[in-house]
Design a protein around this ligand. Structure first.
Ligand code: GLN
Length: 284
């Protein structure tokens, strides 16, 4: 690929697809298209009208640079700076986990039975996608997103503007700087076993923040810490909602039952895998 070789939209797209396929990028065709859309601001219909037009030199350069980066397995969303979650666009960069569609189930479960004017806590908030989706859906509610990473919090703050001032973000090691009680505590904590991280696809292993992935040797360290303390931060009848890995359902259920949560449920994602655990807190 080279800009000396001037292209129209069609030939730029086709060489990008071939290049990404050669680099072993899984969704080569889709990603080549999405990057073209990002650079040229085109839609499907404008593409088909203009596919034979010569591409402006600057756009061609920009497109080829992004395609090369995608070929280095930098995630698409880090290149476009955007990820959609729960029907909402979120700004993302290399300091936050890219919101995953599976996590939308956690949002659904947190919304189920959510009382009016609820106060929500999102631990390990990252991009803020969970808290912000809840607050965009329920305009009567307010919430706090906590994270240890200042760089993640900057991303969350930026995204938080979409919740009209009802989201605030604090630097906190789990509950450390959190005050008061909540109707819901939601968390998608890091839960990958340390030894499994090396087996993940390069997009995740090499480009997403390690601290957003690593759940310690057994993957459960955050569930243990959060479950131990959550009761002190929940109102009577409040709900704790976790996203979990597909093989952690039994262990997290047991942890929650051991720490006194009632009505503990393990819920499945669209692929039929365990994905979310919820439990209700009753004051002792
Ligand atoms: N809460 C964020 C998300 O679900 C970040 C999670 C994390 O960093 N482990 O996308």
């Amino acid at each position: 690929m080279s800009v000396h070789d001037r292209k129209n939209l069609k030939s730029a797209l086709e060489s990008a697809i071939l290049y990404l396929q050669k680099q072993g990028v899984e969704e080569a065709r889709q990603d080549a298209w999405l990057l073209l859309e990002h650079v040229c601001g085109i839609s499907h219909s404008t593409y088909f009208v203009h596919s034979e037009d010569e591409m402006p030199k600057e756009q061609q350069e920009q497109y080829e640079a992004l395609v090369r980066k995608r070929g280095e397995h930098i995630p698409l969303q880090q290149l476009t700076g955007e990820a959609w979650f729960y029907g909402i666009p979120f700004f993302v960069n290399e300091h936050v986990l890219i919101p995953r569609q599976d996590t939308e189930i956690l949002v659904e479960e947190a919304l189920r039975g959510l009382p009016k004017d609820a106060r929500i806590l999102d631990l390990c908030t990252g991009s803020g996608c969970i808290l912000i989706s809840l607050l965009v859906t329920r305009e009567d509610c307010t919430g706090i997103g906590a994270d240890l990473s200042e760089k993640a919090l900057q991303v969350a703050e930026k995204n938080g503007a979409q919740a009209g001032g009802r989201a605030s973000f604090v630097k906190s090691n789990l509950f450390e700087n959190i005050e008061g009680t909540f109707d819901v505590i939601a968390s998608n904590p890091p839960y990958i076993r340390t030894d499994v991280i090396e087996t993940l696809m390069p997009e995740v292993r090499d480009h997403e923040p390690r601290m957003a992935l690593d759940g310690s040797a057994d993957g459960l360290v955050f569930y243990r810490k959060i479950t131990e303390q959550a009761g002190s931060y929940l109102k009577e009848g409040g709900k704790l909602c976790f996203e979990i890995g597909y093989d952690q359902g039994d262990e997290v259920r047991e942890l929650m039952e051991t720490h006194g949560f009632a009505d503990v449920q393990v819920l499945k994602d669209l692929a039929g895998l365990d994905r979310v655990v919820t439990g209700i807190w009753h004051k002792k």
